[in-house]
Design a protein around this ligand. Structure first.
Ligand code: GLA
Length: 381
């Protein structure tokens, strides 16, 4: 991809660009906990977005997306980011950098990647991080890594309309080869844990569905959690987020919250505890327990938090019942995208055949299978 970016850049802009890479991410466990200051356990993957960039003196930023085969240009003084367009993330990052007082000028940019869109591997966070890092490098801004993640999060919130947490851009910025990150979203700090799976491996089954209401449903779930926090603050005045509660608080929480809100709060509280358990299980190489936690996470996301969908539930049920599978769960925001599985390498080929047959029969859809392994974070190439 690096050489493709360089070739395209020289053809379009007759220049040799500086190239940066920002990866997508998987999440072992810890879903819908980041925006409640909870724990998550993501890893960057080897797939991601590459961006080639040079400054220009034309009074115009000129962009080209290899994936969409589209050009776009805008003036830095009159940008109008529109939802749903890839260039929105570029204009969003420029707007945020300018607001923060960074001196940026016009540039040429070519972007391209190998992340499957709509699979839940955070292609938009990778795009924002790549653009942010590229601009930072091209204009010698030396933007600190955590700020880069926060700008990328803000770009998604303000310009894509998803009130997301910090997990995706943070993972893209801080990923490390062979490691997952136990990330505390309150302190925004992490510990690296080696992902050693022996004869097992992590796999993704892409459901090929992406439900159109995903962004608004995501924002509603976040609001439901915030509503629970304000209701609970009358009894727990020191409570800042659901992360402050533990499993032993659940009976009291159940009594204090309306029936519609309690299951959502329960998911966040129990998921935070599963993340910490999963980190311990991985450290002591207890993959069986890790698999059980993945299954429990899916159950909770589907039944309590209600962010799964029939296709993902079907895939989870099928995969979990197969020989050689220790656990599986929906990954990411939900309402489509991928299932993450912990499967025995030797069983993987036959598992794929069985899932394909069952899914085609039930939904007339053919799933994609994506191999993933923890990779390094965003960097200049
Ligand atoms: C999306 C968001 C993240 C996180 C996950 C769910 O990927 O961007 O911030 O909330 O959903 O865990």
């Amino acid at each position: 991809m690096n050489s493709k970016i360089i070739a395209c850049f020289s053809q379009l802009f007759a220049a040799d660009p500086l190239v940066v890479f920002a990866p997508g991410r998987i999440n072992l466990i810890g879903e819908h906990t980041d925006y409640q200051e909870g724990f998550v356990f993501p890893a960057a993957v080897k797939q991601g977005i590459w961006a080639g960039i040079t400054k220009n003196e034309l009074g115009l930023c000129r962009l080209y997306s290899l994936d969409f085969d589209q050009e776009f240009s805008f003036e830095l003084d009159s940008m109008s980011p529109k939802k749903g367009h890839w260039a929105t993330y570029v204009m969003g990052i420029c707007t945020l950098f300018k607001q923060a007082g960074y001196r940026i000028k016009e540039f040429d940019l070519v972007i391209g990647g190998n992340l499957p869109l709509g699979a839940g591997l955070s292609s938009s966070a990778a795009l924002s991080v790549a653009v942010g890092l590229g601009i930072s490098e091209a204009f010698d801004l030396h933007i600190p890594k955590k700020d880069l993640a926060r700008y990328a999060q803000k770009a998604e919130q303000l310009f894509a309309g998803v009130n997301c947490g910090i997990m995706d851009p943070y993972s893209s910025v801080f990923g490390q080869e062979g490691k997952a990150m136990l990330l505390d979203c309150r302190s925004q700090s992490h510990d690296y844990l080696p992902v050693k799976l022996g004869e097992y491996k992590l796999v993704l089954v892409h459901s090929k569905v992406s439900h159109s209401l995903a962004a608004s449903a995501y924002n509603q779930r976040r609001s439901a959690c915030e509503e629970s926090v304000s209701l609970l603050q009358t009894t727990y005045p020191e409570l800042l987020s659901l992360r402050d509660l533990s499993l032993t608080d659940l009976p009291k929480v159940k009594y204090l919250l309306p029936a519609g809100l309690f299951p959502k709060a329960k998911h966040v509280i129990s998921e935070c505890s599963r993340v910490l358990e999963a980190a311990k299980a991985l450290s002591r190489n207890d993959l069986v327990h890790l698999g059980q936690l993945l299954k429990a996470s899916h159950q909770s996301l589907s039944q309590d938090f209600e962010v799964s969908c029939v296709e993902l539930d079907f895939l989870a049920q099928e995969v979990i019942g197969m020989e050689g599978v220790l656990g599986a769960r929906m990954m990411g925001g939900g309402f489509g995208g991928c299932l993450l599985g912990l499967v025995k390498e030797s069983a993987w080929v036959s598992i794929q055949e069985k899932i394909t047959a069952a899914y085609q029969k039930k939904y007339l859809l053919t799933p994609d299978f994506i191999e993933v392994a923890p990779g390094g974070g965003a960097q200049k190439i």
